[in-house]
Design a protein around this ligand. Structure first.
Ligand code: AP5
Length: 216
């Protein structure tokens, strides 16, 4: 069992690798992006505010995301947790440490997915996902076998995200460098940081992560 964080800018491949780890290792993905996308459809005032912030590419408040994670962390996962897109700020990182400690657990590794910003525009603007099962696709690098049908579950509910535009991506990257990248030094100082080449082919990235987990 291992608890890990996948850390990297938008489009680094965090969601893609988290889904693979769920399938291959029985780990549980906790994506604050997915939780917030669910919250924005709730029809509440909070959901409306969250939608506005996300569509601009800015970060939602620490209070909201920490609350969402806290709700999910009431008990452990047999294969361990994959934190995808959380933490994104230093207060979130401190909150995660406290929440895990309360469960008598800790973090085994923080995997930084290194990518080149130039590659991210193509990755983000070509991405689509399955609304039913969350499988991630790409127009050029990972199309569905049958157009309009999810390979994993057969659903026809394939969607593009409102924040997957070049303009919103610029804001998302600025937010990443200002507020999230300090976590690289934070976890390095704690001896938890390991980096992988996020620009490698998907299977090679999976192999690199598997090696890290085998040692954890
Ligand atoms: P979130 O949903 O977390 O988005 P993100 O971090 O911007 O990351 P993405 O989901 O865009 O990218 P990814 O790294 O998962 O890449 P993927 O695998 O899909 O957050 C969205 C918003 O919610 C934030 O902007 C913020 O507003 C809010 N939010 C969320 N968490 C928050 C928090 N903790 N605090 C505050 N606010 C928060 O891959 C991308 C594409 O590339 C896909 O098409 C895929 O097929 C392709 N691809 C993947 N790997 C490869 C590869 N190796 N080679 C070629 N193509 C690849």
């Amino acid at each position: 069992m291992a608890n890990i964080i996948l850390l990297g800018p938008p489009g680094a491949g965090k969601g893609t690798q988290a889904k693979r780890l769920e399938e291959t290792r029985g780990m549980v993905q906790l994506s604050t992006g997915d939780m917030l996308r669910e919250a924005r459809t709730s029809g509440t005032e909070m959901g409306r505010k969250v939608a506005e912030v996300m569509d601009r590419g800015q970060l939602v408040t620490d209070e909201i995301v920490i609350g969402l994670i806290e709700e999910k962390l009431t008990r452990g996962a047999a294969g361990g947790f994959i934190f995808d897109g959380f933490p994104r700020t230093l207060p979130q990182a401190d909150a995660l440490q406290s929440l895990l400690a309360r469960m008598g657990q800790g973090l085994d590794a923080v995997i930084e997915m290194r990518v080149d910003d130039a590659a991210l525009v193509a990755r983000i603007t070509g991405r689509f996902t399955c609304g039913a099962c969350g499988a991630v696709y790409h127009d050029a690098t990972k199309p569905t076998a049958v157009e309009g049908t999810c390979d994993a579950c057969g659903s026809h509910d394939l969607r593009r995200r409102a924040d997957d535009t070049e303009d919103a991506l610029k804001t998302r990257l600025m937010e990443y460098y200002k507020k999230t990248s300090p976590l690289i030094g934070y976890y390095w100082a704690k001896g938890k940081l390991v980096s992988v080449d996020g620009l490698a082919e998907m299977d090679h990235v999976s192999e690199a992560i598997a090696k890290i987990l085998d040692k954890a």
